[in-house]
Design a protein around this ligand. Sequence first.
Ligand code: FPP
Length: 249
Amino acid sequence: MPFLFTRRNKAKGKGENIVLPQHIGIIMDGNGRWAKKRGLPRSAGHTAGAQTFRTITRYCSDIGVKYLTVYAFSTENWKRPKEEVDALMRLFKQYLVEALTDFKDDSIVVRFIGDTTAFSPELQKLIRETTEESKDRDGMVLNIAMNYGSRDEILMATKSIASRVQSGEISVDDITEELFSSGLYTAGQPDPDLVIRPSGEYRISNFLLWQSAYTEFVIMDKLWPDFTTEDLDKALELFSKRNRRFGGV
Ligand code: FPP
């Protein structure tokens, strides 16, 4: 299994051998509650969460994680009050502009998973520019899940396969797990080894359903804006102790 890595612990200035996940997924949850606790609008929670996103992304890149997928906006999040959705869109624009330069030093490849055609032309342009500008870098791949829903993604892959069968390009017997995976937004990437959900909720919330068949989950009792690199270390330590059997013994 390709998930054994030596962790480069730059933060502590020493090499440390632990089982480092190759691909980490994070459900960045708890922004709203963080803001409410402080008597602030929910958008203030997202602003604080965006700062955590930046810190944790850099840290993952520093310690040698190869793929990081963050859940920034789900297909269901459009149901939120307009004011909150607008604030999130403003934040995405601001961070994409910054990400272009900010993540450059770390050679981070920025990709987007989800149906980005639903966003404003301005945001779509930024998404295209960020993808294009960072595609030849050689560092960690950061997938930002925006207007992402795993059921939606699975339907998209299914429809594409169905039309290929219908046109005679492939036969029903050609449909394998590999073929199916190649129709998902995460095509060509390893499945997540670890998904972290801060804020204490025990839910998957339509995140990487197909890809997380054998993923280890770590639920943490911290709200996302309060999540620190030490919390990530804790999650990595828990992951490191898991006995992954992938259905075997
Ligand atoms: C879930 O918390 C969080 C979101 C729907 C938004 C996540 C977005 C960010 C952290 C912004 C940064 C991202 C990028 C890519 C710039 P919630 O609002 O559901 O929290 P609650 O459960 O406490 O209400």
